[in-house]
Structures are given as structure tokens and as C-alpha cells.
Design a protein around this ligand. Structure first.
Ligand SMILES: Nc1ncnc2c1ncn2[C@@H]1O[C@H](COP(=O)(O)OP(=O)(O)OP(=O)(O)O)[C@@H](O)[C@H]1O
Ligand SMILES: [Mg+2]
Length: 244
């Protein structure tokens, strides 16, 4: 993977070494990364942990919608650190804090730099866990956080296209020497389909989250969200996830 380029990369690497960090990603879009990241963070916080949640989907930040907060235009002092928002006990940061609602259309190394900046400039205080809501695909942002030492939580649905795409991504991570990888099947309608393959590659299969037809109505309402079957399914996989 790419060599470290500046002091911020070094700082982020230190941060990920000190605080267990889960990058929630997938080679596929729309598989539930943002919903899972938000619910996982709130569950960890509810259990008493100090949790950071960073939306690293720079061009399509949506974590604030799931949490039901307005991240746009929160006060940020240029040149200094900034305070994360507090939502349901979770310290939350989003690029929208800086862009006042506009998407950050960045390419290549600019995207990696923006995500380092966001993680380094935030005044996190004490933390037990960091959850990173990643954009779809295996491009700069995903490769960056993997190379900086985040544990990868790879989401897929049980749809053949998603399974195919994610299997390929898992083989890629194996070839790249990434060790801490967990696989999670969302919107599941059957027993796990990637368990064997994950095991063969030496990765951990974290389980399944069933399709929850009540979920849409709970989006943007943290309390209601925590009472969904989605949240109950996530809760079941938390112990094996934190052991990743
Ligand atoms: N288990 C589930 N049951 C029902 N609906 C779900 C489930 N998981 C996610 N969804 C729904 O699927 C849609 C996509 O979810 P989400 O935005 O979290 O995916 P994503 O992977 O972050 O997408 P993107 O790749 O665009 O970032 C949302 O409408 C969400 O409510
Ligand atoms: Mg998303």
C-alpha cells in the first residue's frame, strides 16, 4: 500500500493504534454501511464506551440523516481543532461541518488528505472505539484507512452481485496482507453465504442482519432506531466485532 506521506498520516496511524478503529466498507453501494455504522456507534456508547463516529463518505455524507442531526454549518474555527457533535452519546464528525452542506468532490490524494485532516483536527478526548462510515468502493479512502491500520468490517447483501463483488474484495485484502477483516451479511434472508469463504481467507464472519421493514421509519430518530430488529441483530454481533 501507499507509503505515508505526511505527519497527519502518522497521527492517524497512532490514533488507530491507540483506539480500536472499525472502517465499515464494501465494494458495493447501498448495502447498509451508513445505517450499520450509526447503530453500531450508538450501541457501543449505550454500553458505556467512548465512541467516535466519522462520516468519511466525502461526496455523499449521509450519516447525519440516520442520526437525525444537522451537521451543516456547525461552528468550526479555521486553523484550530474542532469539537465533534454529540449525538446519543457518540462523538460525531462529518465533512459537512466544513462544507456547509455541499459535497466535497475530491479526487485521488486530495480525498485521502481530507479524511486525514478530519480525523486529526477533531478534538476527540478519550476514546475506546472509532467507527468510520466509508464511501462505497475500494478507492482511495478505503485503501488509506486500511493502510493506516483500521480493522475492516466488510458489508454485503446476499444478492449474487454483491456477493461476487465482495468476494473479490476479500481476496484483494488478503493479497494486500490486511489481517483484521470481518464480514457481515446485511438484509439477509437466508443462512450466511460467505462464512466458508471468509474462513478460507482467514477472515472472521461476524454474522447476519435480517431485512427490517420497520427500519426506514426509524431513520433520523436514534431512540426508535435502537428499538428496531436491525439494532437487535447488530447487538448480537457486537461481541465478536469488538474482539476483531
Ligand atoms: N437490514 C436492513 N433492512 C432494511 N433496510 C435496510 C437494512 N439495512 C439497510 N437498509 C436500508 O438500505 C438503504 C441503504 O442503506 P445505507 O445508506 O446505510 O447503505 P450504504 O451502504 O451506506 O449506501 P452508500 O453505498 O450509498 O453509502 C437505506 O434505505 C437503509 O435504510
Ligand atoms: Mg453510506
Amino acid at each position: 500500500m501507499r507509503p505515508m506521506m505526511d505527519f497527519r498520516a502518522h497521527r492517524v496511524k497512532e490514533l488507530f493504534r491507540e483506539v480500536k478503529t472499525f472502517a465499515v466498507l464494501s465494494s458495493k453501494g447501498g448495502v447498509g454501511k451508513t445505517t450499520f455504522s450509526a447503530v453500531l456507534s450508538m450501541l457501543l456508547a449505550k454500553g458505556g464506551a467512548k465512541v467516535a463516529l466519522a462520516d468519511l463518505d466525502l461526496t455523499n455524507s449521509t450519516t447525519q440523516l440516520v442520526l437525525g442531526v444537522h451537521a451543516e454549518g456547525a461552528p468550526v474555527e479555521e486553523g484550530k481543532g474542532f469539537k465533534p457533535l454529540n449525538v446519543a452519546g457518540v462523538k460525531f464528525v462529518s465533512p459537512l461541518l466544513f462544507t456547509r452542506g455541499r459535497p466535497l468532490a475530491l479526487r485521488g490524494s486530495s480525498a485521502s488528505e481530507a479524511l486525514r485532516e478530519l480525523l486529526v483536527a477533531a478534538e476527540w478526548g478519550e476514546l475506546d472505539f472509532i467507527v468510520l462510515d466509508m464511501p462505497p468502493g475500494l478507492k482511495d479512502e478505503a485503501l488509506e484507512v486500511a493502510s493506516l491500520g483500521a480493522r475492516l468490517v466488510v458489508l454485503t447483501t446476499q444478492d449474487p452481485l454483491s456477493l461476487h463483488s465482495v468476494s473479490r474484495a476479500l481476496r484483494f485484502f488478503k493479497e494486500e496482507g490486511v489481517e483484521k477483516v470481518g464480514v457481515l451479511e446485511n438484509m439477509a434472508y437466508s443462512a450466511p453465504l460467505l462464512r466458508e469463504e471468509a474462513g478460507r481467507l482467514g477472515f472472521k464472519h461476524l454474522g447476519t442482519i435480517g431485512f427490517d421493514r420497520e427500519l426506514s421509519a426509524a431513520i433520523g430518530r436514534p431512540e426508535r432506531m435502537m428499538n428496531t430488529s436491525f439494532a437487535r441483530d447488530v447487538e448480537k454481533i457486537v461481541p465478536s466485532l469488538v474482539a476483531l
